[in-house]
Write a protein that binds this ligand. Structure first.
Ligand SMILES: Nc1ncnc2c1ncn2[C@@H]1O[C@H](COP(=O)(O)OP(=O)(O)OP(=O)(O)O)[C@@H](O)[C@H]1O
Ligand SMILES: [Mg+2]
Length: 422
């Protein structure tokens, strides 16, 4: 491995892989423990380099294989299956903008990621950034798992690389490329279900996890805990590596972040102030970004920021809390205008979710708040548009106002979240 300038620390039994910047400087390390096989990146955020393996016979027109982690890189190198192999500093879910110049000089990439839906999503996202025309894919089927697994199963790595295929044109496809997708869907039935919540097993049962490209509406009476719930719900996903963008139009970012920090640590923050820095350092590593908007904003401006962030930070979940605050409370008298305006916002986010393959969660106030009744989809302010367009509808019912015990499902895709009494 002389080609990689690897270092080995005998004491900690750790291999150090240098992160090379655009101008060939070492800007950090990826450390691989030879005991636990755990990978760690130094610095923990903001590294602007890649791990690069070039064999002795490498030439400058070579196709670069991009793999999810060091184990995969080492396996391909050891099998001499490719001459040029690349690992990103923070896995494949996140391709920081600063890293792009390092990849500029290569003509072609083969993306060989894992065999599940999140990895496949990442592959499509990475290809978009690197330019689809430069990218070929190893389709995620059972006979083509990620390099380490393929090698363990005795598969021919060179053969798999030869089998890489281009991404389809964005508006034209053939059955030849679809058949691979169909097969990988069938072979990954439990995996296409999305990222599962750690804290909400009931949601996993109904929604089968959080998937990219979907549109979720959360509604419920004033003060029923929508913001608090959405905060913990999104934190749960962010802890599992879902890159998240928060648009808090209602409460200040510092207050929201404090709630999330509190939810992350699970013990009273004000009674554990001496550990604040430890907690804050841990929180800082989470892939959560906050939009700095507050109060009324034009949908155009918000969409620009959202699209920019999605591109720059590979956002997979956007949250808007809440639509009414974003619209502002002016024009109170013109109800038809407000309905129309809200429908515009819903359409814009629906289109964005599909086009950018990003999940959008909108918090919307209900139309009317009955003192004693349960809310249904028709209670969503603005009416049909939100419920028609949404893939999932979550309604927070305040248990203190209703007589529901436990969860109740109106339709398979509608979940009633019942707030528990303290
Ligand atoms: N699960 C819960 N148990 C007890 N209290 C809660 C729970 N969730 C939220 N709360 C409390 O209820 C209050 C209102 O919560 P929150 O602001 O999240 O509601 P909301 O639905 O977003 O309100 P609004 O309609 O004003 O936006 C807060 O003081 C919060 O701390
Ligand atoms: Mg709120």
């Amino acid at each position: 491995m002389a080609q990689m300038n690897l270092l080995y620390d005998h004491l900690s039994q750790t291999l150090y892989f240098p992160l090379m910047s655009f101008c060939n400087l070492i800007v950090g390390y990826k450390c691989l423990s030879t005991v636990s096989c755990v990978e760690k990146t130094v610095p923990a955020i903001g590294a602007s380099g890649i791990i690069l393996y070039k064999s002795k016979t490498y030439n400058s027109n070579e196709t670069a294989i991009i793999v999810p982690n060091l184990e995969d890189l080492l396996v391909i190198a050891a099998n001499k299956a490719a001459n040029l192999i690349i690992c990103f500093p923070y896995g494949i879910k996140n391709l920081p903008q600063e890293v792009l110049p390092c990849l500029e000089s290569y003509n072609k990439f083969i993306l060989w990621f894992g065999n599940d839906e999140p990895d496949w999503d990442s592959a499509r996202h990475v290809a978009k950034k690197l330019d689809n025309k430069r990218c070929l894919f190893i389709r995620p089927t059972d006979l083509q798992p990620r390099p380490k697994i393929a090698s363990d199963l005795g598969y021919n790595l060179k053969e798999i690389i030869r089998n890489a295929q281009p991404i389809w044109h964005k508006s034209i496809t053939t059955f030849r490329s679809l058949r691979q997708d169909i097969l990988s869907d069938l072979q990954n039935i439990d995996k296409v279900q999305g990222v599962k919540w750690i804290r909400y097993p009931a949601l996993n049962k109904i929604l089968k996890g959080h998937r990219r490209g979907e549109f979720t509406v959360l509604t419920g009476p004033t003060g029923s805990g929508k913001t608090t719930f959405m905060s913990e719900y999104s934190l749960d996903l962010a802890i599992q590596g879902v890159n998240t963008l928060w648009g808090s139009f209602e409460i200040k970012n510092s207050r929201l972040a404090r709630t999330m920090l509190q939810q992350m640590i699970g013990v009273p923050l004000d009674e554990n102030l001496e550990k604040f820095n430890v907690y804050a350092d841990e929180f800082e590593k989470l892939p959560i970004f906050f939009m700095t908007f507050h109060g009324q904003q034009s949908i155009k401006l918000v969409m620009e920021a959202v699209e920019h962030a999605t591109y720059m930070h590979d956002i997979a979940h956007v949250i808007i809390d809440n639509v009414q605050f974003m619209m502002g409370t002016l024009d109170e008298s013109k109800f038809t205008d407000r309905f129309w305006k809200q429908d515009q916002i819903i359409s814009a986010f629906r289109t964005f979710a599909t086009k950018f393959n990003c999940h959008v969660s909108l918090v919307i106030h209900p139309r009317k708040e009955k003192e004693d009744g349960e809310l249904t989809t028709s209670s969503i302010f603005g009416g049909v548009k939100a419920s028609q367009e949404a893939d999932n509808i979550l309604i927070v019912q305040d248990k203190r106002l209703t007589n529901i015990h436990g969860k109740k499902y109106l339709q398979p895709r509608i979940v009633i979240v019942v707030i528990l009494e303290l």
